[in-house]
Design a protein around this ligand. Structure first.
Ligand code: ZN
Length: 51
């Protein structure tokens, strides 16, 4: 059994976890604030990436 944790702050995820789609895979975070950080980081890190 694996416990899921927030991809941003590493907190344990509960029922309020938010799914953020990054490219082709889905990452789960604990709150909207972390979701926003993840989207921003993703946009910067893969700005010129080919589809
Ligand atoms: Zn978080």
């Amino acid at each position: 059994m694996t416990e899921k944790t927030c991809a941003v702050c590493d907190d344990k995820l509960d029922a309020n976890a938010i799914e953020v789609k990054i490219g082709t895979h889905v990452v789960e975070v604990c709150c909207e604030e972390c979701a926003q950080k993840l989207r921003e980081a993703s946009a910067k890190g893969h700005e010129q990436r080919a589809v």
